[in-house]
Design a protein around this ligand. Structure first.
Ligand code: MRU
Length: 349
């Protein structure tokens, strides 16, 4: 079965954004419509659209919606700037959000002063669609670059969802697995359920099934045991932000997986497009970590499982130090070893 687009713009500049409401998967495959900035903001914050690249693309289209209300070029520029500032507060960790908003802002600034409001709306939509198209190409390139790393692997473990649902299509970590699979390799994927919001159980397990890839779902706490039992020979995950020294922020639990992989001599790979690097941050210590509501842990999916008033700590991401990462698979190439110099060399050549 072919999976519908994670998100897309419907129509011309006066159109709207449509996206799969990922909070309903895998029980229901429902598309929602976004006709204004508050709806896009809420969709990002509530993880209806999630995953670093997809968040960036959604935000870029959000600015196209902001432009629709304007009556002249000057009010359009003001409305888009205000919307960009607002959307930037939807989630703090994935740098693709800020990267896409900044790129849209810079593009608008570059447009000649005499363009009409209609010209500016079209220009914004063109740039958002360019960001979207580039992401499609980056995911395919990541798949091609990364697949050879899995050449002698039978079992691979992944955490969270870094698949088509987290990007334009095809994914980053899962792109590597899809490309290996499409070239005829037989892979078995161990999928961490990914507490507390279960992106692995709900999204990755579903996506892999749609692609006909053998997958086994495990609780997060089983990953080290699966490695010890010799069931996996590699780990591939995505990233939300990569600092200049190669430290990687990704879904909470990723760091523990990296430590377990190191203890078992299993290579731990990160797959991410260049838009996920934040070279302005020297190390992962500087990456802002999103803190989310206590109810995600005490009342998952509406069922209370912990006593009321219990203290809760709910960081949504953690940082894996570069020393635990065997390679970062980027659309431009494979960064190996992961050092500040090798990252700079690839990204700024
Ligand atoms: O909170 P989420 O679901 O947005 O977190 C997503 C992740 O951590 C992904 O691994 C990351 O964004 C990479 S997506 C290609």
């Amino acid at each position: 079965m072919s999976i519908p687009a994670t998100l897309y713009w419907s129509g011309e500049a006066d159109g709207h954004l449509r996206l799969i409401d990922q909070t309903l998967l895998p029980n229901a495959l429902v598309e929602m419509e976004c006709h204004d900035v508050p709806t896009v903001f809420e969709a990002i914050r509530s993880l209806r659209v999630r995953g670093a690249p997809a968040i960036g693309i959604a935000a870029a289209y959000g600015l196209c919606l902001a432009a629709q209300q304007a009556t002249d070029a000057s009010s359009l520029r003001t409305a888009v700037a205000a919307a960009a500032e607002h959307l930037a507060t939807s989630r703090p960790t994935a740098v693709n959000l800020f990267w896409a908003l900044e790129r849209m802002r810079a593009w608008l600034d570059e447009q000649p002063a005499d363009l009409t409001v209609d010209d500016l709306r079209s220009a914004l939509l063109t740039e958002a669609q360019t960001i979207h198209d580039e992401d499609r190409r980056m995911c395919r390139a990541i798949g091609r670059r990364g697949a050879p790393l899995l050449a002698h692997v039978q079992g691979v473990l992944t955490h969270c969802n870094a698949g088509g649902l987290a990007t334009s299509e095809y994914g980053t970590a899962l792109a590597v697995i899809y490309t290996a699979h499409e070239s005829g390799q037989s892979l078995h994927v161990y999928v961490d359920e990914t507490r507390p919001l279960l992106q692995g159980a709900r999204l990755t397990a579903w996506e892999l099934q749609q692609h006909g890839i053998h997958a086994t779902l495990i609780c997060d706490s089983m990953a080290a045991h699966v490695m010890q039992a010799g069931r996996v020979q590699a780990v591939v995950v995505g990233a939300d932000r990569i600092a200049a020294n190669g430290d990687v922020a990704n879904k909470i639990g990723t760091y523990g997986v990296a430590l377990a992989a190191a203890a078992h001599g299993i290579p731990f790979y990160v797959a991410a497009p260049s838009s996920t690097f934040d070279l302005a941050l020297a190390s992962g210590q500087d990456i802002p970590i999103e803190q989310r509501a206590a109810e995600e842990i005490t009342e998952p999916f509406g069922t209370r499982i912990a006593p009321t008033k219990i203290n809760v700590y709910n960081p949504a991401f953690d940082v894996t130090p570069a020393e635990y990462i065997a390679a970062i698979i980027c659309e431009q190439g494979v960064i190996q070893p992961v050092t500040a110099a090798s990252i700079r060399a690839l990204l700024t050549h």
